[in-house]
Design a protein around this ligand. Structure first.
Ligand SMILES: Nc1ncnc2c1ncn2[C@@H]1O[C@H](COP(=O)(O)OP(=O)(O)OP(=O)(O)O)[C@@H](O)[C@H]1O
Ligand SMILES: [Mg+2]
Length: 448
């Protein structure tokens, strides 16, 4: 008799191993490996193995070029993060923390797409039809071609898809759906992989645009299965949480467009709507306060003026706190070390907190100079004029480096009536903004 093969799988990242281990060597999660049954091993094989058959590869030069076709979701901001609209046959994952507005956004998008004449199916495994109807009333999402299905079995969803020529499917949420072909619990790696695989297949085969909602853990990854991110075409995450007025949807992966764009939404009574007048929403020009400095970062093709806030206060601990919200903690550590070394500020006996107003996360180094300015301003308790914006990347040796697309950043400042900017080098065209060059951090302190 053939010996039964055992296989263990990490429920966090999908790593497999022939023997059990306390810690996953791939993602470092503890106690996450579970043994797969023979049936589950079979599913794993099916989903990871390419289908057999004759080789049908074609020379790439002979393949006809097909343009990516898109249709609008009738929502400016969502179209923008998707790279210009919804791609038929694509699978998009939208993740976010509880209550951030995932269901609200997608129900409205579903209605928009349905109003555009495309049959759309909204599958909810979390709420009853009555609950969704209540929300639809509030959002004005009662579209004739929007169909609702309260269901958690994948097979039933697939059966429903066969009944009508749906062009869009929304699954709320992937963690509640389960396939009868697999015995593990809903939300487990095996289930999620199987379901996503099936949905991917059906998306490509029937050219249905599919959106799946995924819950996010505190650490910011899709609860449980990270495998999901690798399988889908596009991954979008809501930044921040439900306490913020503006909700930001950021692209992390997109097989059909750039990932640099963000979508900015606003939670209102009538739902999560594209925010208006975004340029002036993330900063306050009114009153200069100590510990606050402005910068301008590029979010995809859009320049955004942001306010960096710093609080420097006496520390009573042996290890002073350094904490950043919306800014990279390691980068903050580096900037503080630089301040101590180059500018001889005795920051090692102070706690330092950094926050980016409006709940946005800065993913660019162009804000370094503003972070330094905010820290110095808080430390000295001297306000920085809100007429001045700080733009520049700071290197380990204390040089200030130029940033890309300075032109569009300066234009944005001019549009909001900001008249001065500290930059690494004087630009050829200043767009009407007075530019003061600071090529070294020591000069920043002189200027301040
Ligand atoms: N009547 C209302 N008026 C205005 N806003 C509301 C109303 N009801 C709910 N909301 C907002 O909608 C949010 C909930 O949105 P939604 O259910 O879409 O979130 P979700 O991301 O799907 O959450 P979950 O992860 O729990 O499914 C609430 O946090 C609240 O801000
Ligand atoms: Mg929801």
């Amino acid at each position: 008799m053939a010996k039964k093969k055992t296989l263990f799988e990490c429920q966090h990242c999908g790593f497999t191993s022939a023997k059990w281990m306390g810690k996953c060597p791939n993602c470092g999660a503890w106690d996450s490996l579970v043994e797969l049954s023979e049936q589950q091993q079979e599913v794993l094989k099916q989903t990871s193995k390419a289908t057999t058959g004759k080789a049908k590869a074609q020379s790439i030069s002979e393949i006809e070029q097909t343009e990516v076709q898109r249709f609008s979701s009738d929502d400016v901001e969502l179209d923008m993060v998707l790279g210009g609209g919804v791609v038929p046959g694509s699978l998009t994952l939208i993740g976010g923390s509880p209550g951030v507005g995932k269901s609200t956004l997608l129900l409205k998008i579903g209605a928009n797409i349905a109003n555009g004449g495309r049959d759309t199916l909204y599958v909810t495994g979390e709420e009853s039809e009555g609950q969704v109807k209540l929300r639809a009333n509030r959002l004005d999402a009662n579209a004739k071609q929007l169909y609702l299905l309260s269901e958690i079995k994948l097979e039933q969803v697939l059966a429903e898809l066969a009944h009508r020529d749906y062009e869009c499917l929304i699954v709320d949420s992937i963690q509640t759906l389960y396939s009868e072909a697999v015995t593990s619990a809903p939300g487990s790696v095996t289930q999620v992989r199987q379901i996503t695989f099936e949905l991917m297949r059906i998306a490509k085969e029937r050219r249905i645009a599919i959106f799946i909602i995924g819950h996010i853990t505190k650490e910011g990854s899709i609860a449980g299965p990270r495998v999901l991110e690798h399988m889908v075409d596009t991954v979008l995450y809501f930044e921040g949480d439900s306490s913020q007025e503006l909700r930001i949807l950021r692209g992390f992966k997109n097989r059909f467009g750039p990932t640099s764009e963000i979508g900015v939404f606003e939670m209102r009574n009538e739902g999560l709507v594209s925010a208006k007048d975004i340029g002036s929403r993330f900063f306050n020009k009114e009153r200069a306060q100590s510990g606050s400095a402005l910068t301008v970062v590029m979010e995809g093709s859009r320049p955004l003026i942001l306010e960096v806030q710093a609080l420097v206060s006496d520390s009573h601990a042996s290890n002073p706190k350094r904490q950043a919200t919306g800014f990279d903690n390691n980068r903050l550590g580096m900037l503080l070390a630089l301040l101590e070394r180059k500018l001889e500020l005795p920051l090692n006996s102070y706690d330092v907190f950094i926050n980016i107003a409006g709940g946005i996360k800065i993913s660019e180094t162009a804000a370094d100079l503003a972070v330094l300015a905010a820290i110095i301003s808080s430390f000295r308790d001297r306000p920085v004029s809100k007429e001045t914006v700080f733009i520049g990347e700071v290197s380990l040796v204390g040089d200030v480096r130029e940033v890309f697309q300075l032109d569009s950043r300066l234009r944005e400042l001019a549009m909001h009536g900001i008249t001065k900017a500290l930059v690494a080098k004087k630009p050829q065209q200043n767009q009407g903004v007075k530019c003061y060059p600071v090529d070294e951090v020591t000069k920043l302190i002189e200027w301040m």
